[in-house]
Design a protein around this ligand. Structure first.
Ligand code: 5CA
Length: 155
């Protein structure tokens, strides 16, 4: 397994989560590609998106359904600041992973995390596991448990 995917597998085990990371020959870099590669609905893909919330200028992680776009204005208002996408460099600095493989947990810095309410209606969702060829399946309840995420509408 790729060392970054192995890192995510180890983090999952340490979180008491028995799911297995899958490495796939096809790209899982985008939500559409990941859905095609695993054969699920695009809405079941968990996008792990890093944003800056200003004030106070902190990084937050939004776990968003592959079917949705973040409404930066309304979500920012709910979180009490202005929301903007982190740069690719900041994503890597804060998470330790490159875009397309950013997992929902196990980051370099612990990130305040919110999960899209639309993900909670699926039995299983799929999240990135450290590389653009690795994903893992998880129930929404378990995803919330291991990430400490707060449910939020991204609309
Ligand atoms: N492996 C897939 C599915 S789990 C995945 O990681 N999808 S993702 O949506 O979480 O990651 C790609 C996201 O990275 C894009 O939706 C986009 O929001 C963001 N992104 C892509 N390029 C850049 C960039 N240059 N700077 C900042 N963010 C970017």
């Amino acid at each position: 397994m790729h060392p970054q995917a192995q890192r995510v597998q180890t983090t999952l085990i340490q979180a008491g989560c028995s799911v297995l990371v899958r490495e796939l020959p096809d790209s899982t870099r985008t939500a559409e590609e990941a859905a095609r590669a695993v054969g699920c609905e695009v809405g079941q893909i968990v996008k792990s998106l890093v944003f800056v919330l200003d004030p106070p200028g902190k990084t937050v992680l939004l776990l968003v359904s592959g079917a949705n776009r973040v409404n930066e204005k309304s979500v920012g208002e709910k979180l009490g600041g202005r929301l903007s996408k982190a740069s690719a460099a900041q994503v890597e600095a804060d998470t330790g992973f490159v875009i397309g493989g950013v997992p929902p947990l196990g980051h370099k810095k612990p990130l305040e995390t919110y999960v899209d309410e639309d993900l909670l209606h699926y039995e299983i969702v799929w999240a990135a596991a450290g590389t653009p060829h690795a994903v893992f399946p998880i129930t929404p309840a378990e995803l919330i448990r291991i990430t400490g995420a707060t449910p939020l509408s991204m609309r």
